[in-house]
Write a new protein. Structure first.
Ligand SMILES: Nc1ncnc2c1ncn2[C@@H]1O[C@H](COP(=O)(O)OP(=O)(O)OP(=O)(O)O)[C@@H](O)[C@H]1O
Ligand SMILES: [Mg+2]
Lengths: 255, 253
């Protein structure tokens, strides 16, 4: 699944009618099965970019294509995982995971098969009949991942999915996500403002500058996986990415 | 709180009532408890040719259910529509705001003018009583549905019909149910009031007024107690349904 973003621009109209330039001339080619991290300081337009790709927001100009067919709304090839809590609290875990399949009118037996597969993939088989409020934050995000995977999308869009988790759970979820990615070979676009997370996960890191959001740099991370956060190489790349971010922040302060 | 502490006040009240009744010694002002209990314990007995307690209760319950059903069938779809579309809400809301504070009983004269005496007029009053609380709660519930839930469904390609049936309605259901509970309470009060309309010859509202007219206040009081118990019973059932199906709302976060 090749995703192509071309000259994407997004302007919002503020409450007082003023224009807010959120994104400016974003162009990006994402290879099939690539793990991309969008990294940048708060307010630089990461969520906006992801929402436009996911079809939840219209771009002011520019276009997005999957395998050279034009995308102009929620696409069946993509599934989104939100930062905030997005499970349906009135549905059991099983029914939450089946949600996307229900929307697509997939017959019951098939739904049940998929639910079983993805429940075990995220390690929550025994919670099939629990309700979301009975689960911890990390478990809930795993359910959200399973729900997204159940429709078998080519591309996963993730907006700071682990942002609300504590550091330990977060590290564990990152390892699990890489496992799942290796098993299922999806293209993943992952938004984060944690440099550490980006260097740990990504094939390539896209660094955005704030206001208007533009691409500052795209950094390939060639470290073999599993990556060791304490290794010399890891720390070197981390320092480099950090300095890039600091630089973009400093530039903004000059303005 | 122990179960028996709940009984203390009722026992005191009953005792005071009985003492007062004996002191006053006039059953046209305050009948003795025994005579009320006698009426209550013979629920199937025909009361001065006007049918039994059970028959009159059944008539009232039938009326309230009919009016309530029509009310919610109108209020829930309209509420969902108004909650989903700002344009529709802006269009309809002013009228709702003006009509809402008018008590159902204030519609009695119009009910008589339009429907004459009979079932239709009573149903109309109940409809008015049930309609507004259900509508207001449905609008609120629909508007409060989390945007993330709706967007999640959209990313899976949900169309508006699926959005409604799989996200909006289930998410708003606890609020809608609250509206139904409040609406039923008001509908139940409205039916009793509407049955006091001149020309009505059945129902609990009729029966308690009839008790006064023939100087049998024990019938009136027995009827009032039945009205209270039925209202309580139905609210209890609705509360049980709420706890069974919508408890997720309170347990979130
Ligand atoms: N609906 C909107 N209306 C107006 N302005 C908006 C809207 N959504 C986003 N913006 C603006 O666009 C800019 C980018 O916002 P966005 O949410 O994409 O940033 P972000 O990089 O995801 O930030 P964070 O890391 O804090 O989540 C911000 O300045 C924000 O104020
Ligand atoms: Mg964001």
């Amino acid at each position: 699944m090749r995703l192509c973003v071309q000259h994407l621009t997004k302007e919002f109209t503020g409450t007082r009618g003023e224009r807010i330039q959120a994104l400016s001339d974003i162009s990006l080619d994402i290879e099939p099965k690539e793990f991309i991290c969008l990294l940048g300081p708060s307010g630089c337009g990461k969520t906006t970019l992801l929402r436009i790709i996911g079809g939840l927001e219209k771009a002011t100009s520019g276009c997005i294509a999957i395998n050279s067919h034009h995308v102009s709304g929620p696409d069946p090839m993509m599934a989104m995982i939100f930062q905030e809590y997005s499970l349906f609290p009135w549905r059991t875990i099983r029914d939450n995971i089946a949600f996307g399949l229900e929307i697509r009118n997939i017959p019951r037996e098939e739904r049940e098969k998929a639910v079983k597969t993805y429940l075990s993939l995220v390690g929550l088989t025994e919670f099939a009949d629990s309700y979301p409020y009975e689960l911890s934050g990390g478990m809930r995000q795993r359910v959200a991942v399973a729900r997204a995977l159940a429709i078998n999308p080519g591309i996963l869009l993730m907006d700071e999915p682990f942002g609300a988790l504590d550091a330990q759970t977060r590290n564990m979820m990152q390892r699990e996500l890489l496992d799942i990615w290796e098993k299922t070979k999806k293209t993943i676009i992952f938004v984060t403002h944690s440099v550490d997370e980006a260097v740990f996960l990504a094939d390539r890191i896209v660094v955005l500058t704030p206001r208007p959001g533009t691409i500052r740099d795209i950094i390939p991370i060639d470290l073999p996986r599993p990556r060791d956060r304490t290794s010399e190489d890891f720390l070197r790349i981390r320092r480099f990415v950090l300095s890039l971010i600091d630089e973009t922040m400093a530039k903004r302060e000059d303005l | 709180m122990r179960w028996y502490t709940k009984l203390i006040l009722p026992i005191i009240l009953i005792f005071v009532w009985e003492v007062l009744a004996i002191l006053i010694g006039n059953e046209f002002i305050l009948p003795r408890i025994e005579s009320v209990i006698e009426v209550l314990f013979r629920p199937l007995a025909n009361i001065f040719g006007q049918g039994s307690l059970v028959e009159n209760s059944a008539v009232s319950i039938f009326r309230v259910l009919l009016g309530f059903l029509i009310g919610l069938l109108a209020a829930i779809p309209l509420g969902i529509f108004m909650g989903r579309s700002d344009a529709v809400e802006e269009f309809v809301d002013p009228v709702i705001q003006v009509l809402r504070p008018i008590p159902p009983i204030a519609w009695l004269p119009l009910a008589l003018a339009w429907f004459k005496i009979g079932l239709a007029g009573i149903i109309f009053i109940i409809f008015i009583g049930a309609f507004f609380p259900v509508l207001i709660n449905t609008i609120d519930g629909v508007k409060r549905v989390s945007r993330t839930w709706i967007e999640t469904a959209c990313t899976f390609g949900a169309k508006e019909a699926q959005l409604l049936s799989k996200v909006v309605v289930p998410a708003a259901m606890p609020d809608i149910w609250t509206g139904l509970r409040v609406g039923f309470g008001i509908a139940w009060m409205s039916v009793v009031a509407a049955e006091m309309l001149p020309g009505t010859t059945s129902g609990l509202g009729f029966l308690i007024l009839f008790g006064l007219n023939i100087g049998q206040l024990q019938v009136t009081i027995a009827g009032m107690i039945v009205i209270g118990l039925i209202g309580l019973g139905i609210d209890y059932l609705m509360k049980r349904v709420e706890m069974r199906y919508f408890s997720w709302k309170g347990l979130e976060k």
